[in-house]
Design a protein around this ligand. Structure first.
Ligand SMILES: Nc1ncnc2c1ncn2[C@@H]1O[C@H](COP(=O)(O)OP(=O)(O)O)[C@@H](O)[C@H]1O
Ligand SMILES: [Mg+2]
Length: 356
């Protein structure tokens, strides 16, 4: 009988329907899927009671082991106390012999990025998009406003990685409930520092950008928005409206104004209509410290393009891939590639029919 270590060592060999011995539950379960994952092996099992269990397996070096366990427990506790919507029955298990750190939880529905990228551009899809995004804002974004801020910096003491692929939703008509499913690496203010990645980046600009991305409310909202546009550019301008209305409704008008200034500022400056040469001049002196702004600009431009042009989605995917950083800053050559992609997107034909 296959066990969890076999899946960890060779995930591609495992197929739906296979029985696996899940030793920490002392149960034989049926494998449903192995999910794409960046840091871990994520698998879905059918339980005896017909519900679905999600198991996430991480292998750590010896010395990190206890630290990560304590940070994960702390992070999960902080999220729950702030009212964050995390999967039900989330638990951790330390498998000392194999140096595996396992997190398991209830299945929390479909993945937002996947669902949005499959949508068309009709009114029915738009109305569903709105409902799902409102649920994300209520369940995953609103709670961050009740998190305490670190006194010296003003950043949240527990952050989130606000990407559409880290958020799921369950549609139980008429209510949709959204969940933040990705708790690794933990994002907490720990012994005087904001935790970011494993291993922790040392470069100063990388740290600053990564801290803003996960712990600064404005940047969390912008990052979420970029990730929504990446999945579904045609609804990006609608998303700005929905986010902005939500911030108003929860009494966060000041945040709303700052976000609108950053996003609609592009429209006010006529950027959607500018020629690629003009965009090229605009971004010419943007260094690595503005790499997140390059993403935001590209996403803004993408909202105005033809959604059904597959080249747009390909360019956007490349842009996110090429501008990804974790430990080291991008070098001049890598920055030039990212800028070229922004300029290419600017050069695509604008769509005359927009969802405003
Ligand atoms: N509880 C869950 N319910 C449903 N899908 C999930 C759940 N947890 C994770 N997923 C899916 O698995 C993918 C990877 O899980 P995630 O926790 O984000 O791992 P990683 O740290 O590797 O990014 C997610 O993008 C999502 O599609
Ligand atoms: Mg993830």
């Amino acid at each position: 009988m296959a066990n969890m270590i076999d899946i960890y060592n060779n995930p591609s060999r495992f197929k739906e329907g296979q029985k696996v011995w899940v030793s920490f539950l002392s149960q034989n379960l049926t494998l449903l899927a192995v999910y794409p994952s960046y840091n871990r092996i994520v698998c879905l099992f059918q339980k005896m009671d017909e519900t679905i269990l999600v198991v996430k397996i991480l292998r750590l070096r010896n010395d990190d082991y206890d630290l990560i366990y304590r940070q994960m427990k702390e992070y999960h506790g902080m999220l729950v106390r702030s009212g964050q919507s995390v999967p039900n029955n989330l638990q951790f298990y330390q498998w000392f012999d194999e140096h595996l750190f396992i997190q398991y939880e209830d299945y929390a529905g479909k993945t937002v990025s996947h669902e949005f990228s499959r949508m068309g551009v009709g009114q029915i899809d738009l109305s569903r998009y709105r409902k799902i995004l409102k649920a994300i804002l209520r369940d995953v974004i609103s709670p961050i406003f009740s998190v305490e801020k670190e006194l010296n910096t003003g950043y949240l003491i527990s952050g989130i990685d606000p990407l559409a692929r880290n958020i799921t939703f369950v549609e139980a008509d008429p209510i949709i409930r959204a969940y933040l499913v990705d708790l690794f690496p933990p994002k907490i203010f720990w012994e005087g520092k904001f935790t970011l990645e494993k291993p922790e980046p040392q470069d100063e600009i990388v740290r600053k950008l990564s801290i803003e991305r996960s712990y600064d409310i404005d940047q969390i909202l912008i990052t979420l928005w970029c990730s929504l546009v990446r999945a579904k550019p045609a609804f990006g301008l609608q998303a700005i409206k929905i986010i902005s209305n939500h911030l108003d409704e929860i009494g966060e008008g000041a945040t709303r104004n700052r976000i609108l200034k950053r996003l609609n500022g592009f429209a006010n400056r006529g950027i959607p209509e500018q020629k690629p040469e003009e965009i090229s001049v605009l971004i010419d002196d943007w260094g690595f410290e503005r790499v997140l702004d390059l993403r935001t600009l590209a996403c803004y431009l993408a909202c105005y393009k033809h959604d059904n042009d597959p080249r747009l989605l390909t360019k956007l995917e490349k842009l996110f891939f090429r501008s990804h950083f974790q430990i080291k800053p991008l070098n001049a050559n890598e920055m030039a590639i990212v800028k070229k992609l922004v300029i290419d997107i600017a050069g695509m034909e604008n769509n005359s029919v927009l969802f405003l």
